[in-house]
Design a protein around this ligand. Sequence first.
Ligand SMILES: [Zn+2]
Length: 367
Amino acid sequence: MEVALPVRRAGFPFINPLKEEDSAMTTGYVYERIFHKHNWPDHPENAKRLNAMIGYLEAHQILPRLKHIPSREAKIHELQRCHHPLYIEHVEDTCRFGGGMLDADTYTNKFSFEAAAHAAGGLIELCRAVVTGELDNGFALIRPPGHHATPNRAMGFCIFGNTPIAARAMQNGVGVERAAIVDFDVHHGNGTQAILEEDPSIMFVSSHQYPFYPGTGSVREVGTGPAKGTKVNLPLTPFMGDEDVKALYSQIVFPLLRRFQPELIIVSAGFDAHWDDPLANIGLTLTGYHWLVTSLINLAAEICNGKIVFALEGGYNLNVVAPAVGNTFRALLGDTDFDDPLGVSPWVEPDVAPLLAQLKIIHGLPR
Ligand SMILES: [Zn+2]
């Protein structure tokens, strides 16, 4: 006898029966041991980064307040929505034979394919839990990072484009039509942009030091064909800091996100724009990062029912990334306190007004 099972309707939010009516936010996280096995101890993108973050979350009693979402390997067809089949095979084969360099910066070992597939699959599962209402929001502590990975090559420590893979998975199964990816890593998210270049259904915003690695990300890169205007690049001059970034996000990014009306915001969360990061020269503080994270969470509450998911990208000073990740979880949980043991930037911020004016003209915002 056939039993009629309840049908999961695309786009229909689930009610979480475990959630108390007056409880604080239900915040999820993704974190697995497999992310430690993709490792090269002398490389800046190594497994100690996750140890520092998890250690901080435990020491500050944040971890017990979070719901763990188990990760899984992204399926080949989920990866293929963003990557060429031959590239995926190349990564798998390289790792099967023990690993090797995929480009000058991007190492692999025998565990890297599995770790990269779990990074993408873990983010998919976290986004699914947020979109369906099982969670309010979340942060995926995943490695390897993803935003430099293009459709057909690894770059800059990144193997698979975690955020566009997750965004497209949400468009195939849970009814999301429009998503936005906001990338505040100090490096341009060239891979994410390349994957989404002609896709008008996913907005991509990147703020990054410029000119700098990987060389792309000028104000003139706005997407092509039907996607023109849905890609937004904010090239930051060295030593720009909290006030410049506040002006750029308040006057450019937030109005454009309001105009685009995404149903989900995924944040490529890199903490290497902090003034004490060893790889770059942008002057954000932990206080500035806290403003940025809190503002994005508030904007999501305003325009997309609070549906926001953070995904770890870069950040190479362990004394920065640990409290930065802790502060992000605090903000997701609805706490107002945060931690800034490192204090202010030593640099004077350059004038951001010319860049603001240029961006307003390019993106048709009132001056
Ligand atoms: Zn970076």
